[in-house]
Every structure is written in C-alpha cells, then in structure tokens.
Ligand binder design. Structure first.
Ligand code: ADP
Ligand code: MG
Length: 397
C-alpha cells in the first residue's frame, strides 16, 4: 500500500472530509488502473479466497473457459460461475492440497477447432485479508504453443525420413546388383543356347525371385516406417491389450522353450493409446527377444505406474548387446541379423513418439535386455488418481 495512505490512516482523525475524499478518489483511480491492466492482458485471471469465492475475474476468462456471463463475479462461488467440473476440481485440489506448482491443461471444442488452456493456481499473501489466504488462477491459451510443438515433432520425423531414404537407396543396391549379374548370366547362356540346362535356368530364376522379394520387403517396410501413422488414441485399459498380446505369443514362445511371465500392476490408470499400434510395438519387441534367446529363456512383461507415466518393461534373458550396438538399434536399417530388416525398433520408436511417450533400452552382452516403454498418464486420469488417493487418505484419517 502506498506510504502516504498508511500515514493518512494513522492520522485519520486529523483529516477533514475533503482530504479523505481526495485520498479515496486517488485510491479508486489506482484500483481502476490495475483493473485496466488485468483487462488488457490476454490471459484469464481469477482471484479467489480459500473458500473459492471469487474476488475478481477479468473478462478474458470467458473467452478461455466456459463461464456464465455476468457483469461482475465478485462475491460469487467459483463453482457457480465456472462451468467446467474438471477445471473446478483441479483448482480445488490445488487450493486444498497445496499442490501449487502443478500446471494443468484442458481442451475445449470451439467451433471447428480445439482450444487448449493451461490453468495455474498460486497463492499470494493478501495483507487486506487477515487469516485467510488468497489465490490467483491464471488461465492461458496454449493451443498455438502446443501446435508449434507438434510441428517440431513432425519436422523431426521428416529429418529421420531423409536418413531412411538414404538407407533405402543403400539397401536396394545389393539386391539390384545381384539381379543384374544373374540377368547377364542368363543372357549369356541364351546366346550359347545349347548349354543352358533347365537346372541352370531354375537357379538363375530363383536368385532373381529371391532378390525381388527382398526388394519388395525393403520397400514395404520402408513405407510402413515412414508413412504418417494413422494414430487413433482411445482411452482404455492397457493391461487388457498386454494380456491379449501375451495370449497371442505364448504358444510360439513355448515352442521355442521361452517361458513367459506376466507381471501387471492391478491399479493402473487408463491410458490414451492406439491398440493396434501398441500391439505392433510389443510384437516387434517380443520377436527380437525371441531371436535373442535361441536356446530358450525367460521373457517378462511388466507394467507399473511410476508418477505420471506407466512403464511397460519387456525383459529377456538372451544374448544382450554391447554399448556400441545399443546406440544404433533405433536407427533405420541397423541390424546384426543375416535376414533382419533393421526396422523393427525404428517402428517401435515411432509408435512411442506418436503416444508422446518414449522408449529406452538396458542391456548387457551375455545376460539379457530390457526395453522400457513409457506412456504418459492422461490429465483426466491423473485427476481420478488424485481423487482416489484423497479418499484413501480420508479413510485413514
Ligand atoms: P532386426 O530385428 O530386423 O534386426 P530391429 O530394429 O528389430 O531390427 O533390431 C535391431 C537390432 O537390435 C537387432 O539386429 C539386434 O542386434 C538388436 N536387438 C534388438 N532387440 C534385441 C534383444 N532383445 N536382444 C539383443 N539384441 C537385440
Ligand atoms: Mg526386429
């Protein structure tokens, strides 16, 4: 507060009416100026007390989140004017659990497009209200910011596509060379008609056939790896998908003397994922694990909640990899196998990026390998988890 106002308060008995009116007029002007500032910023600002009674809200709030349209919100319960229960619940959590540094995003359909806002709540010291605390709720439009991030991800994809294209060019050289040689051999044999036996002809033709199918698989795999994925994220229980994949691969694993162990935590939140793509990713990992355990072994699939992510680990007791190999495995066309495409893990990597997740590898030559997939827990499910742990805490209390 301005010093001279404090001084005036201490001497209020000695001031005449006109002086008091002057001071109040000056203060009203200051308040108006602050309000003008709050009105001119692009963010929404709501001030509340700990009971979530609105002290002030600027008009921009209405453009960012669903709110009843009123001339003033002062003195009204936030729950009566803010019409989105997720945001309300989030603000409530922040105010009562003191989780004041967490930032949360919410999306709304706005005409044809989706608007995403970030809601941040922080406490501030309000000297005017002794005892109670006050809170500022900041609402910012992050749609543009998020779109920029998506654009960046896409251009990263583009960069990896250039590497891939170079890889394809390199890959198709060998089969093309082999085909060229055998076509020439055939041509020469035709020139010496009498010396071309059926066996020779068949040998040349089967080489040509083999190389054609190799070319075909290079091209098909390449297209699969670079094609923009048609990702359809849906909210669902990941464990169900894990179970399905396990039941699908178990007979084949057993045939190869690989024992499958499932280790799924029962209390996992639902995730936003594309079932088809996640199955594809798991199958690629399981196939690699099986290849690494020629003489049999153990394959463990584990799912756990860790903070705001769900981790899925695929561990094998196979041949493992040294550091050098580990650094290259996600690169397109990197393979140590005679008949490998080197695209399996590239595809898994891409699938995880589509899920805003990640993948890491831990391995030791001769001991085994663990791949970890990280899936972000959606915001809505985090709230549900918080609510769960809150009621548990209430039980305990
Ligand atoms: P591919 O299986 O066609 O070789 P991937 O992209 O699936 O291509 O794997 C690349 C390489 O990573 C493999 O050739 C292998 O050297 C290594 N690798 C992947 N998974 C494992 C594993 N579970 N154990 C040991 N090595 C692995
Ligand atoms: Mg593979």
């Amino acid at each position: 507060m301005k010093k001279f106002v404090q001084r005036a308060i201490s001497k209020i008995d000695q001031l005449d009416r006109n002086q008091i009116v002057d001071i109040l007029g000056g203060l009203a002007g200051d308040v108006q100026m602050l309000e003008n500032v709050l009105e001119s910023i692009r963010d929404g600002v709501i001030l509340t007390d700990e009971k979530l009674t609105v002290q002030y809200a600027n008009t921009n709030c209405r453009k960012l989140v669903p709110m009843t349209i009123l001339h003033t919100y002062e003195g009204l319960a936030l729950s009566k004017v803010l019409l989105d229960e997720h945001i309300l619940h989030y603000i409530d959590l922040c105010v009562h659990n003191q989780q004041l540094d967490e930032d949360n995003e919410f999306s709304f359909q706005k005409g044809e497009s989706v608007q995403t806002v970030a809601v941040t709540v922080f406490a501030y010291k309000n000297k005017a209200r002794e005892g109670g605390s006050s809170y500022v709720v900041m609402i910012s439009d992050v749609t543009e910011h998020n779109a920029n991030e998506a654009r960046l991800r896409r251009s990263e994809n583009l960069a990896s596509m250039t590497t891939m294209a170079a890889g394809v060019a390199h890959e198709i050289k060998n089969p093309l060379a082999a085909m060229g040689i055998h076509v020439q051999l055939l041509r020469k044999a035709f020139a010496r008609k009498e010396s071309l036996t059926i066996e020779d002809a068949e040998r040349y033709l089967s080489v040509l056939e083999e190389e054609i199918s190799r070319l075909n698989s290079i091209v098909v795999d390449f297209l699969f790896a670079v094609r923009p994925m048609d990702t359809r994220l849906r909210l669902g229980p990941l464990v169900r998908t894990l179970e399905e994949v396990c039941s699908f691969v178990e007979p084949e694993l057993n045939e190869h003397r690989v024992q499958l162990r499932r280790d799924f935590s029962t209390a996992l939140p639902r995730l936003e994922y594309d079932e088809h793509l996640v199955k594809q990713a798991l199958l690629n990992l399981i196939k690699n694990a099986m290849n690494a355990m020629e003489g049999g072994g153990k394959l463990t699939i584990q799912a756990r909640l860790d903070g705001n992510q769900v981790q899925v680990k695929v561990s094998d007791t196979g041949i493992g990899m040294d550091e050098q190999v580990q650094q290259k495995i996600f690169e397109p066309y990197f393979t140590t196998k005679a008949t490998g495409t080197g695209l399996g893990l590239t595809v898994v990597y891409k699938i995880m990026k589509e899920h805003r997740g990640d993948i890491t590898v831990q391995s030791k030559a001769g001991e085994g390998t663990t791949f970890t997939l990280y899936f972000p827990v959606p915001k809505s499910e985090r709230l549900a988890l918080d609510r769960q742990s809150m009621t548990e805490a209430q039980y305990e209390a």
